[in-house]
Design a protein around this ligand. Structure first.
Ligand code: BGC
Length: 248
């Protein structure tokens, strides 16, 4: 069991809600994660109930960090591109604190993954401008300058060919439009051109569920100024980053 002082991370995604106690010093899960399906519609009440189930699966008594796939400022959720609109304007941290009866912090999902990658993964020790991008249902972004996060950058919503970029280049777009890997890589390249033109990062870390299959598309991307590397923590980055935020 996780013990009195352990930190706990919960990653709230469009399809699954998963959590585990985390060793934040090592950036590793202390126990196998527990996952439940994200209720549909993902209303605040139903998500809170699912999160409670995930946390109660463990004998956890310490602070909990939670990710959210939208803008989060001071624990309040401000946008909800891929979840129920009922989240907009909520004191989400307060809601979770009350429901779990534990200290709770909430942060953007890509920011959480980015924090974990910068400390324990592909961005470790990297100075300058580093951009962590997560390709999943949407496109998440975490921007770092000399290791410090600029939160809530929301670069998945940049405009690409007259559309929200994540509608064209997310991993979900690849599945929705039945794109081949080369076709999708072409779209990702267009997207990376856009972000590279705006931020000139030295390093771009590619995360999200699809990073498990990085050998299928990273070699297809064109050479550019920024170094492009796959995320190292893969799908656990959100849980680890959330727990780190809970302990910060
Ligand atoms: C949301 C971001 C989120 C990303 C990945 C976007 O639609 O606006 O806040 O980080 O999806 O989940």
């Amino acid at each position: 069991m996780s013990g009195a002082k352990a930190l706990f991370g919960v990653d709230i995604g469009g399809s699954g809600i998963k959590g585990a106690p985390v060793d934040v010093e090592r950036g590793a899960l202390l126990q196998e994660r527990h996952k439940v399906l994200t209720p549909q519609p993902a209303s605040p009440e139903s998500v809170v109930a699912a999160v409670r189930e995930v946390v109660r699966h463990f004998d956890h008594r310490g602070p909990v960090g939670l990710t959210f796939p939208g803008v989060v400022v001071g624990g309040h959720t401000r946008t909800a591109a891929n979840v129920d609109k009922g989240w907009i304007g909520l004191d989400a941290a307060g809601l979770f604190r009350e429901a779990l009866d534990l200290p709770a912090v909430v942060l953007n999902d890509a920011d959480a993954a980015g924090i974990a990658e910068m400390t324990h993964g592909a961005g470790q020790g990297r100075a300058g401008v580093v951009l962590v991008l997560t390709f999943g249902t949407g496109i998440g972004s975490a921007l770092f300058t000399d290791g410090r996060l600029v939160p809530n950058t929301e670069l998945g919503h940049l405009e690409l060919r007259g559309k929200d970029a994540e509608r064209r280049a997310s991993s979900a777009a690849r599945e929705r439009h039945e794109l081949s890997w080369p076709q999708w890589a072409g779209r990702v390249d267009e997207y990376l051109d856009l972000v590279e033109g705006l931020f000139s990062p030295q390093l771009i870390v590619i995360g999200g569920g699809v990073s498990r299959k990085h050998e299928k598309f990273l070699p297809l991307l064109k050479a550019r100024e920024a170094e492009i590397v796959p995320a190292l923590l893969r799908n656990d980055a959100g849980i680890v980053g959330a727990a780190m935020a809970a302990g910060a």
